[in-house]
Design a binder for this molecule. Structure first.
Ligand SMILES: Nc1ncnc2c1ncn2[C@@H]1O[C@H](COP(=O)(O)OP(=O)(O)OP(=O)(O)O)[C@@H](O)[C@H]1O
Ligand SMILES: [Mg+2]
Length: 345
C-alpha cells in the first residue's frame, strides 16, 4: 500500500499557498441503539490538508466515512476527538459559513417551492439583497443548465433527480463561496448532466475556488482533481496528487508503424517490433518532440495511452489491501468482505 497519508505540514505544495482545510486526528463515533449503547466508529484519526484553489476528491466505498468527514468540516456534526480548521477558524465557526457552499448527498429541497423560490430562500439566508438576487439567480440557473421556465413555474416535487441536483448545485453557489463542498455531485445525472457538472466544477476551479468533493465516479475524479484521498472503514489510507499516487502522467505507451528503426530506438529503448511490422514502446521524452521526429521519418501512431495505472485499479488495490490487513488483524478469514467492498463500489 502506498502510505502517502497526509499530515499537515508534509505536503508537496508550495509553502506560499494558503491552507483552507486542515484536520488533526479528527475522529467521529456515533452512538446508536435505543439506549445509545452501540458505538459506530465512522472516522478514525483523520489528518489532512487542502490548499486554496485546489480540487480535492475524497474517495471510498459506501460507509467509509466520507459524508461524516464532510459534515465534520461543515460543523454539522461535532468531532468525538481531534480538531480541524476551515479558512483558519475552528470547525463550526459561524462567520466561516458565509464563505462556504454545500451540496448535500441527498438534498431535501422543499417539494412545494419552485426552484426559483428555493434559490430566493437560500439567498435570503445569506442576506443577499433582492437586487443582486434578481441578477444572480438567472445566472446560476444558466450555469447549472436548468431552464428558466421550469425554475419559475414548476414545484420541485415535479422535478427529476437531475433537475433537483442542478438546483442543489445552484443553491451551493448562491453566496459566491470561497470553498465548495460537494457530496456526490454527479449522482443521478445522465452523461450530459455529468459532463455539465464537470464543466461547472472546472469553471469554478478556473475562477480560483477551492472544491472538496466526495465521489464514486473515479473517471470524473481523475479528470477533475488535483489531489485525492481514499477513506476505507473510517481510515485515511492514502492521500496525494494523482501523479504521486498513480505515477507520472508524462510517460506514454505508444504503438505505431513505419519510421526509422534506429531513430525509434533512441526515443524508446524498450521498443519491440511485431511480425505485422508495427512497434510498441514506452516514451519518457517530450511527446511533441517525438511527434515531430516521427513525422520526419514518416511513421504513424496506432494507439497512445498513459503509462500510469488508472485510478480505478489503484483504488481497488488499496481497498483490497486495507480489507486484508483489517481481516488479518481482526481474525476474519473470508474474502467475502473484500468482494463486498468492491461490489458496493
Ligand atoms: N447519524 C448517524 N448515526 C449513526 N451512524 C451513522 C450516522 N451517520 C453515519 N453513520 C455511520 O457511519 C459510517 C460512515 O457513514 P458515511 O455516511 O460517512 O459513509 P459514506 O462514506 O459517505 O458512504 P456513502 O458512499 O454510502 O455515502 C456508516 O457505518 C454509517 O452507518
Ligand atoms: Mg456519503
Amino acid at each position: 500500500m502506498k502510505s502517502v497519508v497526509d499530515t499537515p505540514g508534509s505536503q508537496p505544495q508550495p509553502t506560499n499557498v494558503p491552507i483552507v482545510v486542515s484536520t488533526f486526528d479528527l475522529r467521529k463515533v456515533y452512538r446508536s441503539g435505543f439506549w445509545l449503547n452501540q458505538k459506530i466508529v465512522s472516522l478514525k484519526s483523520c489528518s489532512l490538508t487542502v490548499y486554496q484553489g485546489e480540487t480535492f476528491g475524497l474517495l471510498g466505498p459506501n460507509g467509509a466515512g466520507k459524508t461524516t468527514l464532510l459534515k465534520l468540516l461543515l460543523g454539522i456534526v461535532r468531532p468525538t476527538a481531534g480538531r480541524g480548521l476551515l479558512l483558519g477558524k475552528p470547525l463550526g465557526d459561524r462567520q466561516v459559513k458565509q464563505s462556504i457552499g454545500y451540496l448535500p448527498e441527498n438534498p431535501y429541497l422543499y417539494d412545494y417551492l419552485t426552484g426559483w423560490e428555493f434559490l430566493e430562500l437560500a439567498a435570503g439566508i445569506f442576506q443577499i439583497p433582492r437586487r443582486i438576487q434578481r441578477q444572480r439567480i438567472p445566472q446560476l440557473l444558466e450555469l447549472v443548465g436548468l431552464p428558466l421556465a421550469d425554475a419559475r413555474k414548476k414545484q420541485m416535487r415535479r422535478y427529476s433527480k437531475g433537475m433537483l441536483q442542478r438546483v442543489g448545485m445552484a443553491q451551493a453557489l448562491i453566496n459566491d463561496p470561497e470553498i465548495i463542498f460537494l457530496d456526490e455531485p454527479m449522482s443521478g445525472l445522465d452523461p450530459l448532466g455529468r459532463y455539465q457538472m464537470r464543466e461547472i466544477i472546472l469553471g469554478l476551479k478556473a475562477a480560483g475556488k477551492t472544491i472538496f468533493f466526495n465521489s464514486h465516479i473515479l473517471s470524473e475524479v481523475e479528470q477533475i482533481c488535483d489531489r485525492i484521498a481514499i477513506l476505507s472503514q473510517g481510515e485515511l489510507i492514502c492521500a496525494g496528487s494523482l501523479n504521486e499516487l498513480l505515477g507520472n502522467s508524462n510517460i506514454y505507451k505508444i504503438r505505431g508503424k513505419g519510421g526509422d528503426k534506429d531513430v525509434l530506438h533512441k526515443w524508446m529503448p524498450n521498443l519491440i517490433f511485431s511480425h505485422d511490422g508495427s512497434w510498441q514502446g514506452t516514451l519518457k521524452e517530450d511527446y511533441y518532440d517525438f511527434l515531430d521526429s516521427l513525422r520526419l521519418m514518416e511513421g504513424q501512431i496506432i494507439s497512445l495511452d498513459l503509462a500510469r495505472h488508472s485510478l480505478e485499479d489503484f483504488f481497488i488495490q488499496n481497498i483490497q489491501q486495507q480489507n486484508t490487513s483489517v481481516q488479518s488483524n481482526s481474525g476474519y478469514t473470508t474474502d467475502g468482505d473484500v468482494a463486498a467492498a468492491q461490489a458496493k463500489f
